[in-house]
Design a protein around this ligand. Sequence first.
Ligand code: PEP
Ligand code: MG
Length: 574
Amino acid sequence: MRRALQGVGASKGLALGRARVRHPHVLTLSEETIAREAVEGEVARLEAAMQAARAELSGLRDKLHGALAQEIGEFLDLHVLILDDPDLREGLRDLIQTGLYSADYALKLQRDRLAAVFQAMDNDYFRTRMDDLDHVIGRVHAALHRREDDGQLGLAGEILVADDIAPAELAELSRQQLLAVVTRAGSPLSHSAIIARGLHLPLVVGASDALSYVNDGDALLVDGREGVLIVEPDANDLSRYHVLRAKIEKKRAQLDRLKRAPTRTRDGIDIGLHANAERREEIAEALAFGADGIGLYRTEFLFMGRNEVPDEEEQFRGYRDAVLGMAGKPVTLRTLDLGADKADNSGLALRNEPNPALGLRGVRLSLSRPTLLDAQLRAMLRASAFGPVRILVPMVTAREEVEAVRARVHALADRLRSDGVPIGERVAFGIMIEVPAAALTLADYTDLIDFAAVGTNDLVQYLLAADRTHEALDGLYSERHPAVLRLLHHLFGTARTAGLPIHVCGELAANAQDAPMLLALGLRDFSVHPGAMLEVREAIRACDIGKLKRRTASLLRCRERSEVERWIQRASAN
Ligand code: PEP
Ligand code: MG
């Protein structure tokens, strides 16, 4: 039966395909019992799942090497210890044999028993151990429910409907020719959404009813721009789909004509248009679309979705590919920004933190792992021998952090030179402005840096205290909040006074509708994912900076998002 469901559009594009539903593994909450004759079989099923979980953990352990191997290895060893704990195993067997509970329900009961013991201890250390316990139980539970065909069937020509999706998984799935993804959870600002846009993979997030109404094999129509999905579309839907598809193709052909056009406003001012890219395909696209360079290369994607840390040599080759791919245009390589929603969630998460977004992420993590940081900086410096490289430091909060990384860059560059390793003559050094503290004090950094990049995705979340990935906060998290605009205006003004190049590489820059607003606030350099480059160029070419400047004051007077939106409408109308 036809049913239309609403979510939030996170990566535009239309797709028509067969649904593949992946339900989350949830521990059985209701009491589930089995017949006495089934006991042996149930115990055997549980034993096999525990065996499989153990094999997975040791498989991960074996693949580890490199800088984080020790730390991650300790977590995995701990998980094996929990899994092998005789109390856990005995308790589970007893619940099935004596209580006649299903393996699922026994897992839940045993988990709750141990959790009660940990909680009673009321201390942080044991609470962290509880996370580990949940991890192990979750792994056994997933193994209990693994289907024969899991991981074997490809997803070519299908639309995945799932509870949520990790960034690293998306890249893997798109290689399998998946058509689109729909998730119950998620937000358009998550890293998964950013990756989906880079992959041109339609993504609808926050489709709260999708898992209830979509079944495996249903025909599904997904509109990633409007956030709509239609289950079992009817004749009208299909004809609308074909019309819309044709329209999109036409628009694409129009935009294609802008590939070689300058990013110049109507009144003749040249605006910088860089690309955010990390995969080789994106680098090629960036060059083909006339990018002025790479404004953000997120190196963490080299680290995610795998169990071992890439060594200096592998990183060097990756960075050099990017530099060579841009044929002499500058490439901004950002040091590792793992943590928060970019933590690996395959069991290798770096830490169990109560507030990961406020925790050990970005430069904080790098400074706490000097060997890892040095390997990365050396790889970047070596890549600079092949073309202009700019090193960018994420999540800066204090000058001391910048001084520390800068000192490492200088020391490593001296060492490489004295060892006769070729490096570029000049490697620019810059910081991300993502934390309000750094935004407010940008002028204090100008003696240390050559450029700044504004990461609005994080800056907005920290300024508004609204998690960028929180589905329920979608309305509150807004780049059009007056406080965001005033802070950006302050930033662009400070940079201009100091003669410091500044660009925005957060998703705000990629939203073509916001281009007049950003130009009015003083921005002259954008960095956007290649998929958005032509639309943003088109929007900039329609702007008149002289006119926009006369409207800056009224933009800064807006007190509500709706007023900002009206300002944007008026600005784009003429
Ligand atoms: C940002 O925060 O705007 C940004 C570009 O960094 P990331 O999205 O990788 O956190
Ligand atoms: Mg960021």
